[in-house]
Design a protein. Structure first.
Length: 91
């Protein structure tokens, strides 16, 4: 299983990424091990979508990053495939 995720940073920017370990990856963000999010705490995991393969997750990440409007990302947050509540209590 793989994941595409969105983190909302304290400066209201979004970080979009993909990973095979959502819990570990978000932990790295919170520990300041990721350059972009290091100085933008506190961080909030706001979107997680599950995929069968990392390739699918990465392709979805690239598609989200190509969207020009913030509103497109914000609209995605309310979709039924957002399973952030499944992982948020853990991280």
């Amino acid at each position: 299983m793989a994941f595409c995720y969105v983190i909302k940073c304290s400066d209201k920017s979004y970080y979009v990424g993909s990973t095979k370990d959502i819990v570990g990856r978000f932990k790295n963000h919170k520990l300041g091990k990721v350059r972009y999010t290091k100085s933008r705490s506190p961080l909030k995991l706001i979107f997680v979508k599950e995929f069968e393969t990392y390739s699918e997750a990465y392709n979805f990440e690239q598609r989200v990053k190509s969207w020009k409007k913030r509103k497109s990302i914000e609209n995605m947050l309310n979709k039924s495939d957002n399973v952030v509540s499944k992982y948020c209590p853990v991280v």
